[in-house]
Design a protein around this ligand. Structure first.
Ligand SMILES: [Zn+2]
Length: 380
């Protein structure tokens, strides 16, 4: 005790140095993750790219800007934009979009694919979740690292959150939802970064007159809107056709109308503020729910969790769930089968009027589940 009293200044200096070291290590971790460059290896189907900031110059040079991959067919036809990575803690949407960019081929029409829709949300994790920064997949070029990010934009890019977030429709939500891009559509040109991104997407769809749009999501297994397609009213009949085909392909999918009074979401606002046919798909992601154990890379990839097994036995889950978990491959397979069925439904219903969309090279649901193929075979 005497030692500490006598050496008060020395102890203060030691404690200050120790805290600086901890802050330095944590700070470097935050900095490295924020600046991490995720590798995307476009396949031969990609004919050109542009930056989303072409549709809102306010995004230029910011963490909100993101690459749009364009895949043009030899034959002209309809157009389709696919949004992956709206919520970077929902990896099947992100990975389905990556797979399209790396393996898809367009025979007719044009695809616009955005694998990192809210790029800012890929630059951090949700606090207090203990989430890993990355997950790994064995691909054609070896083991690759993919980012597991946050549901919301990085607060460094827009701070502080208001107490209440008031959307342009007058809808009010808790303040942190202002960083959830799927509550900010149709967006605001010079608003917060998240509103600037959603504005750019709305403006891109209007300017390029894109016929069809799909936003790829996941939700917790205990959330009722799951293994579902949500469709804007103008897209309902096309979605019904697609769902029948999905059932035939072994993919159970419910169809839900976009609620008219729920604002800020792609399936509502892109349908209302553009001419596009707006759809959103959800798969069940155990790493995202509230009931699981440790958030690990294994949980992200396999979806296996003992607590979810108990919840399933007690009847609390909205997806089929057993000891096989809910593997990322199966969830990406659902999204890719959905993308392909809705493209066929679009061509059947609107091909004569707007032009066909024909895509090849993508795995089916069966390929990625019982078919013995791995997701990594479709990543370069
Ligand atoms: Zn989501």
């Amino acid at each position: 005790m005497d030692f500490f009293k006598k050496n008060k200044h020395l102890m203060t200096a030691v404690c200050a140095a120790a805290s600086l070291a901890v802050a330095g290590i944590a700070g470097k971790d935050f900095y490295d993750f924020r600046h991490y460059q995720e590798v995307i290896i476009p396949g031969p189907g990609v004919t050109r790219t542009f930056m989303l900031s072409d549709y809102n110059e306010n995004l230029k040079g910011t963490f909100g800007d993101t690459t749009v991959y364009v895949m043009e067919g030899e034959r002209e036809g309809g157009s389709f934009v696919i949004l992956g990575g709206t919520h970077p803690n929902e990896p099947s949407g992100h990975m389905a979009a990556m797979t399209i960019v790396e393996s898809g081929k367009v025979e007719a029409g044009t695809l616009y694919v955005i694998p990192r829709t809210d790029n800012s949300a890929f630059t951090h994790n949700d606090p207090q979740e203990g989430s890993p920064h990355f997950f790994h997949i064995d691909t054609k070029s070896g083991t690759r690292e993919f980012v597991f990010g946050s549901r919301a934009s990085n607060p460094i890019d827009q701070w502080p959150d208001p107490d209440v977030y008031t959307h342009s429709s007058g809808q009010t939500l808790s303040g942190s939802e202002m960083r959830n891009i799927n509550r900010t559509y149709p967006g605001v040109k010079d608003g917060t970064m998240t509103e600037q991104i959603s504005y750019a997407i709305t403006n891109m769809i209007n300017t390029l007159d894109i016929d069809m749009e799909m936003d790829l999501h996941e939700a917790s297994p205990e959330y009722p809107t799951i293994n579902a397609t949500v469709a804007h009213e103008r897209a309902m009949s096309m979605a019904s056709m697609g769902i029948l085909e999905l059932q035939m392909a072994g993919v159970d999918m419910s169809l839900e109308p976009s609620p008219v009074s729920l604002h800020g979401l792609t399936h509502r606002e892109l349908g209302d503020h553009t001419n596009t046919l707006a759809l959103l798909m959800e798969t069940g992601n155990p790493s995202q729910g509230r009931l699981h154990g440790k958030t690990s890379e294994d949980l992200i990839l396999t979806g296996k969790d003992d607590y979810y097994m108990k919840a399933a036995a007690a009847g609390y889950l909205y997806i089929p769930y057993d000891e096989n978990g809910a593997p990322l491959e199966m969830r990406v397979g659902r999204h890719l089968q959905g993308v392909q069925e809705y493209i066929r439904a679009f061509t059947d219903m609107y091909g004569a009027e707007k032009g066909e969309i024909v895509v090849s090279g993508l795995p089916s649901y069966e390929d990625l589940t019982s078919g013995g193929h791995r997701l990594g075979e479709y990543l370069n």
